[in-house]
Design a binder for this molecule. Structure first.
Ligand SMILES: Nc1ncnc2c1ncn2[C@@H]1O[C@H](COP(=O)(O)OP(=O)(O)OP(=O)(O)O)[C@@H](O)[C@H]1O
Ligand SMILES: [Mg+2]
Length: 235
């Protein structure tokens, strides 16, 4: 459903991505792993049209979305849970969720989507009138995921969602992400904690210095001595 081929991105005349290649199937849970500064967030920015590709291509199904406008990419079915969550702390939970429905194409489904998100995260319904900034880290992450799900994405991108989230809540959120993937939504998870990511994803790519350098099933990666030596020691 997503094909990224030889993606290159330059920011301020500095080549950040040199050769990123990804291939995701419908409903798969895939990891994008790598050290600080490897290019994970830049890859996500390029998928959303927020960083300009100066080489390669990005296709969502048959649709060439390389350097397309972000609004068009959102409408085509990509949702993002950004690094650091980026909520509106002084707005209520419900108002934050509504922000995920800002495209005209999504607005008519607002009620139905809100019910879906409250069903995924019942606590958000209870706290719908509270300011997002007053919630715990884990609950804020639920709002960020819920907001992305309001746009009914076919591909959900999550950029290091578990920073500042209690381990028990991580387990809850991962269960919800499994449910979302079970509904046919493809999930691409960026995570620095390789062990935790590999428990959740079916398959992962490793990005190093702006290049995808490894790809494999989670079990195979965990048992791959060279991979383990290079990437599991990072934590
Ligand atoms: N707007 C920018 N201007 C200049 N350099 C940038 C910019 N965005 C990213 N970079 C550089 O690009 C490289 C990749 O950054 P990126 O944020 O994609 O890495 P990352 O894998 O997400 O890292 P982290 O795990 O720290 O989030 C880094 O060297 C970073 O300093
Ligand atoms: Mg990042």
């Amino acid at each position: 459903m997503l094909t990224v081929s030889n993606l290159q991105v330059e920011i301020d005349r500095l080549q950040i991505l040199w050769d990123v290649n990804l291939k995701l199937e419908v409903g798969e849970r895939v990891g994008l792993l790598g050290a600080n500064g490897a290019g994970k967030s830049t890859t996500m920015a390029a998928l959303l049209g927020m960083a300009r590709a100066n080489g390669g291509s990005i296709h969502l199904f048959e649709d060439d979305i390389t350097n397309a406008a972000t609004t068009r990419i959102l409408a085509a079915g990509i949702g993002l849970v950004p690094e650091g969550r980026q909520l509106f702390p002084a707005l209520s939970v419900k108002e934050n969720l509504r922000m995920g429905c800002f495209l005209r194409a999504h607005r008519k489904a607002y009620r139905e989507r809100l019910d879906y998100v409250y069903d995924l995260f019942p606590i958000l319904k209870e706290k719908s009138r509270q300011m997002a900034g007053d919630l715990s880290g884990g609950q804020q992450q639920m709002v960020a995921i819920g907001r992305a799900m309001m746009g009914q994405p076919r591909l959900l991108l999550l950029d290091e969602p578990f920073i500042g989230v209690a381990p028990i809540v991580v387990t809850t959120v991962l269960d919800v992400l499994r449910r979302i993937a079970g509904n046919g939504v493809t999930v691409l998870l960026v995570e620095q904690n390789v062990h935790r990511a590999l428990e959740f994803v079916d398959r992962a790519y490793v990005i190093d210095n702006g290049r995808t350098v490894h790809e494999g099933q989670s079990k195979a990666l965990l048992n791959d001595g060279a991979f383990a030596e290079k990437f599991l020691g990072l934590e």
